[in-house]
Write a protein of this length. Structure first.
Length: 412
């Protein structure tokens, strides 16, 4: 039976939101700490940095390629099954990562399986579930609170992973994180509903027609371009910021603190962005967010690299970190309706993960050859400027209320 948030008690609504937030926190938090694994993994195996970078780049790409598929399954059969399978795949992927003896096994576990798992456990699936369960007047609250809880989970995982790495090594840490993911399986149950009553759209509209209708709009491609930039920036910074700080004389503890501060600020930033999406025009908020990111990177690079400058940069970037996700979800929902929200968000998210692939892999490839990240910072700044302009140009007028293919656009 599908859940209708208007008929749920406040305790039940909170249970749904908290479950989604904790799942996101674990899923994205483990991914957020990947940069802390880079040095112990490469030094332990004697691999070049590019080997680790390629595995993480593959993780980003597989995540993006799988997201439209998991979104379609969630739209048709409910999010609960997707979340369950994703959680199981995450645990298995981390186990294979810990047991890998060569680059192929490591890439299969931490790249392919974890990438597939992220498509079923991160915001693409969780935000889609919440969007279907909650009616419009509660939706921005639900996404904002779940995002903030997810950010809190990421923040808590950074010191926890540092503790594990120091105590049991990177292989033991991967095994513990895998067990933690498996222990979260019951959290998928409250999110198992397929749609909020009366808002799924007409049952006869085929998904292929809806996708073709979306692809005929220039705004859909501009949204993909902007999310590509987001993925490039976040994947590059999350993966390579620790190495960048270490190369400039900071300690591993200080680099870990910078990652923790990103996650801490993300708690408040995701909540603020999620709530703002229900108040102001989303495309303008996204354009401004990318512009501020560009300014933050320019300022950081213009100053000497110290613990203070790294922490300040981490706080600013963290506040702007995953706030793009609920706002992009809201923009897709406004433009194309609710019926195939997870599918269409998944296609847009593919652009994000293609950007993430290049942000991770190019960071490692360029550094191995130049011993510098300068060109990657320049690329992150340039593509941020493009993203700001692209979002400003999006025509965000919604389709007709029936969400059908080829329908006229309602101008607002």
């Amino acid at each position: 039976m599908n859940a209708d948030a208007s008929s749920l008690s406040p305790a039940a609504r909170w249970m749904i939101v908290i479950s989604g937030g904790v799942l996101m926190g674990l899923s994205l938090g483990i991914r957020h700490t990947q940069g802390l694994f880079m040095q112990p993994v490469t030094s332990g195996h004697g691999w070049p940095l590019e080997t680790f970078g390629l595995a993480l780049a593959l993780q980003n790409l597989v995540w993006g390629l799988a997201q439209p598929v998991t979104g379609l399954v969630a739209d048709r059969y409910g999010s609960g099954r997707v979340l369950l399978l994703g959680t199981l795949a995450y645990g298995l992927g981390l186990f294979l990562m810990a047991q890998a003896r060569g680059p192929v096994g490591f890439s299969l576990g931490n790249g392919v399986l974890v990438g597939m798992a992220l498509s079923g456990t991160a915001f693409g699936t969780v935000y889609g579930a919440l969007s279907r369960i909650f009616e419009p007047r509660q939706r921005s609250w639900a996404l904002a609170v779940a995002g903030a809880i997810g950010g809190l989970g990421q923040f808590c995982l950074v010191p926890f992973v540092q503790y594990l790495l120091a105590g049991v090594g990177w292989q033991g840490a991967a095994l513990v994180l895998g067990l933690l993911m498996l222990a979260s399986l019951p959290l998928a149950v409250p999110l198992r509903a397929r749609a909020q009553g009366g808002q799924a759209g007409p049952p006869g509209v085929p998904v292929g027609a809806s996708i073709r209708d979306a692809m005929r709009r220039r705004g859909f491609w501009l949204l993909n371009l902007g999310f590509f930039a987001c993925g490039f920036q976040l994947a590059f910074i999350a993966t390579h910021l620790p190495a960048y700080l270490l190369a400039h004389g900071l300690s591993l503890a200080q680099a870990g603190t910078a990652l923790a501060l990103i996650a801490l600020a993300n708690i408040f930033g995701t909540y603020a962005c999620g709530r703002s999406a229900g108040i102001w025009r989303v495309k303008h908020l996204l354009a401004g967010l990318y512009a501020v990111r560009v300014a933050a990177m320019l300022l950081f690079l213009s100053m000497p690299v110290t613990a203070a400058s790294a922490y300040a940069f981490a706080l600013v970037m963290g506040f702007l970190w995953l706030g793009t996700a609920p706002m992009t979800n809201e923009l897709v929902l406004r433009m194309f309706g609710l019926r195939y929200i997870a599918t269409l968000f998944g296609i847009v998210f593919l652009g994000h993960q293609v950007g993430g692939f290049f942000g991770v892999w190019l960071g490692a490839w360029v550094y191995d050859r130049t011993q510098s990240y300068d060109w990657l910072w320049i690329g992150a700044i340039a593509i941020g400027c493009v993203a700001a302009a692209a979002h400003w140009l999006i025509d965000d007028a919604p389709l007709a209320a029936s969400d059908g293919p080829g329908l006229r656009v309602v101008r607002s």
